[in-house]
Design a protein around this ligand. Sequence first.
Ligand code: SF4
Length: 97
Amino acid sequence: MLNDIGMSPSEFDDAMHLPYAAEDFLTLAMLSVGIDPDDFHTLEFAHDHFMSRTCITCPNRRRCHSHMQAFDFESHYRDFCPNRDNFSKLLGKRCDA
Ligand code: SF4
C-alpha cells in the first residue's frame, strides 16, 4: 500500500506524528473544491501525481483542518495547499471534458 502511494515506511511513520494523521483530507478537499474523488480519471490522476503522499506528509494539516471545520477550504486552499496545482489541473480537465 505504501509503495502504491510512493511512501517509504519511515516517511509514513513520520507522517503519523503530524496533526490529524488519521484523517483523509484529500477526499474532503476534493469534495470541497468540486472534484469527484471516486471518478476514474480523478483516481488515476491522483495516483500518478502522488496526491495521497502529498496530503499525508503535508505540513499544513492543522490549517487545512481549520478550514474544513469552517467549510471555507475552497476559498483559501490556494494560499497553503501543496496539492493546489493538482486540484487546478483536475478542475481544468473536468471543464475540458
Ligand atoms: S492542505 Fe495539505 S492536507 Fe490539506 S488537502 Fe492540501 S495537501 Fe492535503
